[in-house]
Design a protein around this ligand. Structure first.
Ligand code: ADP
Ligand code: MG
Length: 720
């Protein structure tokens, strides 16, 4: 496994705030205890013998394997530090393909035989663990090979302590692989993709005349959307408890139509919960930058300061976990599902993404010199080319059952990938393409080698909230991620396809330079050619609009509406080629992911279907029958009879629909290919579920509150 040296300092240097947020800054800024629970580089420097510290840094820098003596020294320092902070156990903390994190706790203490116990933690235990891999999804990998897997320390993501009122746990971020060396997790491919992008970008930088950069880091700053609801409603809704979303629920009379929630003042209990969660995150070295109300009632968002992709992705997993844990202290429940409430805005994760050098330059930021501008345009063009070439793979990397209610349904962003450039940058590309500016385009755009681009507005009036992939001044924002998903895979794909496109452009640039062309002229020629070939991916308009969907089809853009449509692109020829060429995921590793994700889709929907008919049969139907009984008791008035007839008619339909759903879900056809099963679920089970729900939601509007057994949307969403 590659050891990627990825310090946060390099990332923070390009902060748009112009400051590198270090531990000291945040502690001074009053964020008490920032990074207290992190075995950071500073702690290592303090705790390790000088020689060992130096050797560790050198080993990490050069990506060498750890010597066992050094590992013992690190383990011993780490144990001492952790035990001083109340840790009794440690765990290798890893990210199997379930999308969540996994831990198996081991005690530091070993009995000594004389009734005492000794605290032990060796270098070997630090570096490698062996959880039982057989209970984690591995796709085809386990079937043909050994079930065993091992976890390996990732020293580039610092160890940390998770606190509990009754003890503390030392967590060691690790990669998870099979004994045959295949990645069984989301971390290994992400690290490999960061290496791939670094290699390609450093090569390009050399051609562009930058001899200093030795490493290029990819960065992410994910904006997380989520709901917080009162736990008493949660526990009264078996659908929320079992599936994370409501399977029933009539739309409330008040939704977000009034727009009074977005950026509104944060309710006190919710704010208390956020502050508490943020304090926990701060202790783990995760700086939260913004928080606010989101569009839907009871929906919120927070965003951390960006970090290198590996650490940022680990931190993202931790944030989701912390938020869910802390919410319970306030009798709230945090919902991370992509669509907890039908008809109400869903939750996504905006993945802000960029890359920059170890010398402190953000390569997606237009600079102050003509040279920097050329460099920026080169890399920006590579991103356009990458997204166009691999739309389908990117789409597959964010596919899940939860996402089907957002992407491809009537919600932004759509399932169609396109890139928003903004008016300013668009003008520049137009000028480069046509070779001549219009009246509004300064002619200086055309001779980039000799002039400076105007600064592109980062918060310009032309921000486009409907685009799935938007340029926002010094980074791209991939907005189509699901709220509950790990950021690792989409970033793995992004980094790898960008690495490929950078190389493709570099090949052309190299050829031009060898032919004697001048750098600026050659770069512009390469950009012009690429833009002409890939500009169909650029769309600056309204991504909600029906006309866009028609136009996108005319442009030949991919539109995979649902998971079973999208996932096969994970193993398409072009996906296998790019992921393989860049040593990020082998064909077998891709296939295993494909299988795991399809399987997850089928299993999730099976659970949803079962929960749907169980609630319908045991809670909703009895309520309707009871109401009908009450109506019958009420006597013979014509009005009452009409109501009773109506309810009886719905009830009859309801019974039939429940039967149909149960039948569809329990009688899957016998198929060889799990994709066929997924399609069956998509085309037969899902519509049957929707039918049951529609009737239930109608009944909800007829049956008295006192008889309806489920808390309603109007309560769940508005009691804060
Ligand atoms: P905006 O107003 O465009 O959303 P912000 O500065 O508020 O921009 O940033 C939103 C998110 O983007 C934050 O999480 C931030 O850390 C992240 N971000 C900013 N710069 C970068 C970068 N170079 N790489 C990755 N993420 C970044
Ligand atoms: Mg947002």
């Amino acid at each position: 496994m590659p050891r990627t040296r990825t310090t946060n300092v390099a990332a923070a240097q390009w902060s748009p705030n112009g400051g590198s947020l270090g531990q000291d800054d945040l502690t001074q800024a009053g964020v008490y205890g920032f990074g207290d629970n992190v075995f950071s580089e500073a702690v290592q420097r303090q705790r390790l013998p000088k020689a060992a510290y130096k050797k560790l840094q050198a080993t990490l820098d050069q990506g060498l394997p750890l010597e066992s003596e050094l590992a013992d020294a690190v383990a011993s320092a780490m144990k001492e530090w952790a035990m001083e902070r109340g840790c009794t156990h440690f765990t290798h903390w890893f990210q199997p393909l379930t999308g969540s994190t996994a831990e198996k706790h081991d005690s530091f203490y070993e009995p000594t035989g004389d009734g005492n116990a000794l605290a032990e933690f060796s270098g070997k235990e630090l570096i490698q663990g062996e959880p039982d891999a057989s209970s984690f999804p591995t796709g085809g990998i386990r079937a043909t090979f050994e079930a065993r897997g091992y976890t390996a320390w990732d020293p580039s993501s610092p160890a940390f302590i998770l606190e509990n009122p009754n003890g503390a746990l030392l967590c060691i971020p690790t990669a998870f692989a099979s004994w045959t060396g295949e990645a069984l997790d989301h971390k290994i491919p992400l690290l490999r993709s960061m290496d791939a992008l670094s290699r390609s970008a450093v090569r390009a930088l050399k051609l562009l005349g930058d001899e200093d950069a030795r490493r290029v880091f990819t960065t992410i700053g994910p904006e997380q959307e989520y709901f917080l609801i009162d736990e008493r409603y949660y526990f009264e809704r078996p659908d929320l408890v079992t599936t994370g979303r409501t399977l029933f629920g009539a739309k409330p009379p008040k939704g977000h139509e009034l727009d009074d929630h977005y950026f509104g003042s944060i309710p006190e209990r919710v704010l208390a919960c956020m502050l508490d969660a943020e304090r926990e995150m701060a202790k783990l070295g995760i700086p939260i930058k913004t928080r606010h109300n989101e569009v839907a009632p009871a929906q919120y968002e927070f965003a951390p300061v960006f970090e290198n992709s590996n650490v940022g992705s680990d931190h993202q997993q931790l944030c989701m976990q912390i938020l869910q844990n802390v919410a319970r202290k306030y009798e709230l429940v945090c919902l991370l599902h992509e669509k907890p409430f039908a008809g109400v805005n869903g939750s996504g994760k905006h993945n802000n993404w960029s890359f920059g050098t170890d010398t402190g330059t953000n390569l997606l930021e237009p600079g102050d010199t003509p040279h920097e501008n050329l460099q920026f345009l080169f890399f920006c063009t590579a991103v356009l080319q990458a997204v166009d070439q691999h739309q389908a793979l990117l789409r597959a990397s964010i596919a899940s059952a939860g996402q089907d209610h957002r992407l491809g349904a009537n919600e932004a962003p759509p399932a169609i990938l396109s890139v928003f450039l903004g008016a300013e940058l668009q003008k520049i590309y137009d000028a480069i393409e046509s070779g001549s500016g219009d009246a509004a385009t300064p002619s200086s755009y055309l001779k980039l080698g000799a002039s400076v681009l105007p600064h592109l507005p980062m918060h310009g009036g032309d921000r486009n909230r409907t685009s799935p992939f938007a340029f926002t001044g010094n980074k791209f924002e991939f907005r189509a991620l699901g709220a509950s998903q790990s950021t690792a895979l989409p970033n793995t794909v992004l980094n790898t396809i960008a690495a490929q496109a950078i190389d493709q452009l570099s090949d052309k640039l190299e050829a031009q330079l060898e032919g004697g062309a001048e750098t600026a002229e050659a770069v512009l020629a390469v950009i012009k050619e690429s833009y002409a070939a890939h500009k169909r991916i650029v769309f600056n308009g309204d991504n909600y609009a029906e006309e866009w969907h028609t136009e996108a089809e005319e442009r030949g853009l991919a539109n995979f509406r649902q998971t079973p449509d999208a996932l096969p692109s994970l193993v398409s020829e072009s996906a296998v080629e790019v992921m393989g060429d860049y040593d990020v995921l082998s064909e077998r590793e891709l296939e295993s992911r494909y299988e795991v994700f399809i399987e997850q889709y089928v299993v999730k929907l099976n659970i949803e279907a079962e929960t749907t008919y169980s609630i319908a049969k045991t809670m909703l139907l009895p309520a309707a029958v009871r109401y009908l009984g009450e109506l019958n008791l009420a006597g013979e008035s014509a009005g009452i009879s009409a109501v009773a007839d109506e309810v009886r008619a719905y009830l009859d339909t309801f019974v039939t629909q429940i039967g149909a759903l149960e039948n569809a879900n329990t009688n899957h056809p016998d198929v060889q290919d799990v994709l066929d099963e997924a399609k069956y679920v998509q085309n037969t089970v899902v519509p049957a579920m929707t039918a049951v729900r529609d009737t239930a939601d109608t009944l909800e509007r007829h049956i008295p509150d006192s008889l309806w057994p489920l808390p309603k949307y109007s309560e769940i969403l508005f009691v804060k």
